[in-house]
Design a protein around this ligand. Sequence first.
Ligand SMILES: [Zn+2]
Length: 53
Amino acid sequence: MKMEELMKKCPKCGCKDKKILRKIQDEHRAHATMKSILCEECGYEFQSEEKED
Ligand SMILES: [Zn+2]
């Protein structure tokens, strides 16, 4: 993950604190994980594209 992403302000509330959710997609059993970056304050979901290979 880029630091820039973590430094971004939330477009909704302007908060800079984030939490990262890791979603594991069991259904496909392909070790595919997706990360979501959520605003700590309001829960706004930032877009993140990430490949872990
Ligand atoms: Zn927010």
